[in-house]
Design a protein around this ligand. Structure first.
Ligand SMILES: CC(=O)SCCNC(=O)CCNC(=O)[C@H](O)C(C)(C)COP(=O)(O)OP(=O)(O)OC[C@H]1O[C@@H](n2cnc3c(N)ncnc32)[C@H](O)[C@@H]1OP(=O)(O)O
Ligand SMILES: O=C([O-])CC(=O)C(=O)O
Length: 373
């Protein structure tokens, strides 16, 4: 038996959702560069789930269906109030709350089928937006805000979170971030979701498992670490000494490096441009400039490119979003990709059960407890 640490380079599934090759990324054959510039997040969700871009009528009815589910059961809001909202990390709250959402969906008790999955998928994608917005507001002592009819998913989330008007550039930036985070082949959280549902467990279980995996700082949790780093650095001239010191201490620079991309993450340039525009518009260019200095230095010294988590940090900061909500927002977007992969797994399912090579001691003799050292 041969092993591949971290399953690097091991191909474990065929997929028609997302392709990563030669440091390019596409969803169902559409380049991420084009989607980032032109697509609404709702179109991308539809593309990932149904493998085609919707026409006008299909998109309208999909958006309406999402809007119709964009509310939370009252009982769930009451339960959210009782969680340890001030102290628990929002990713832990989200992990628990998405699991709780499943308690209010009768379909989660049904045997897995195409109809059941489709209804659950829509509900979960719709409700995760008011869910994050609601617990964020509740922890600040504010009441949840209802979704607005006839606005995009991106705008609706910002509306439910902030409860005040957002400008067009903010909506554009947020929509772009949602499009860019929507799917990414067999990253750790998506693989986790697929392992979970390959036992024929339900969609809520798959997404809850995926959220748990996304939370870690080597994966989605890195975006919060990036903003913490920028806040610690504070001034542009401190950027290089700070990173030099980290590298000398053999610490990782968050938001840099990637298991698959070696020359660059194709999503990063779009977020970089958004970061540049937003920081300029808001007169806070230093966050972009600090980021750029770190990126250039780590690329030069370690040959590592910025990943998707790097510039999303300054983008979300410019949108006035609490830093500990950055990873939940990643999860909100990635739910679309997790669901696409869960549906693909169900369609062509086989239990995922690899092997491990045993390297521990052998032929040990059981000793009564009193005789053990
Ligand atoms: C959405 C996402 O999940 S994107 C990734 C988000 N995660 C981060 O940004 C965290 C920082 N980056 C990392 O930890 C890594 O680059 C990962 C986890 C993303 C990829 O890791 P792997 O492919 O497993 O690479 P691994 O961690 O083994 O690193 C290989 C070498 O590069 C170094 N390295 C990798 N990333 C970094 C980094 N960000 N900063 C400094 N050194 C790094 C490692 O120390 C290691 O060096 P060594 O060979 O001298 O020991
Ligand atoms: O693919 C990965 O390993 C991590 C990543 O960039 C993502 O999930 O977006």
């Amino acid at each position: 038996m041969s092993t591949s640490k971290g399953l690097e380079g091991v191909i474990v599934a065929e997929t028609d959702i997302t392709a990563l090759s030669d440091d390019q990324l596409s969803y169902v054959g559409y380049s991420i560069d084009e989607l980032a510039e032109k697509a609404e997040f709702e179109e991308v969700i539809y593309l990932l789930w149904y493998k085609k871009l919707p026409n006008e009528i299909e998109l309208e009815s999909f958006k309406q269906a999402l809007f119709d589910e964009m509310f939370l059961p009252e009982a769930l809001i009451e339960q959210l109030r009782g969680l340890n909202l001030q102290r628990a990390h929002p990713m832990s709250i989200l992990r628990t709350a998405v699991s709780m959402l499943g308690l209010y969906d009768d379909d989660a008790n049904q045997e897995v089928s195409e109809d059941v999955n489709e209804r659950e998928a829509l509900r979960l994608q719709a409700k995760i937006a008011p869910l994050i917005a609601a617990f964020s507001r509740l922890r600040e002592g504010k009441e949840p805000i209802a979704a607005k009819r006839d606005v995009s998913y991106a705008e609706n989330f910002l509306h439910m979170l902030k409860g005040k008007p957002v400008d067009a550039l903010e909506v554009e930036a947020f929509n772009k971030a949602l499009v860019l985070h929507a799917d990414h082949e067999l990253n750790a959280s998506t693989f986790t979701a697929r392992v979970c549902v390959a036992t024929l467990s339900d969609l809520y279980s798959g997404v809850t498992a995926a959220i748990s995996a996304l939370k870690g700082p080597l994966h989605g949790g890195a975006n919060e670490q990036v903003i913490n780093m920028l806040m610690e650095i504070k001034e542009v001239e401190q950027a290089i000494p700070y990173v030099q010191d980290k590298i000398n201490q053999k610490e990782k620079i968050m938001g840099m490096g990637h298991r698959v991309y070696k020359t660059g993450d194709p999503r990063a340039k779009h977020l970089k441009e958004m970061s540049k525009q937003l920081t300029k518009e808001k007169g806070q260019e230093k966050w972009y400039l600090i980021s750029e200095k770190i990126e250039d230095y780590v690329k030069k010294e370690k040959g590592l490119p910025a990943n998707v988590d790097f510039y999303s940090a300054s983008v979300y900061h410019m949108l006035g979003i609490d830093h500990d909500l950055f990873t939940p927002i990643f999860a909100m977007s990635r739910t679309s990709g997790w669901i696409a992969h869960i549906l693909e797994q169900y369609k062509n399912n086989r239990l995922i059960r690899p092997r491990a090579e045993y390297v521990g001691p052998e032929n040990q003799v059981y000793q009564p407890i009193k005789e053990r050292s």
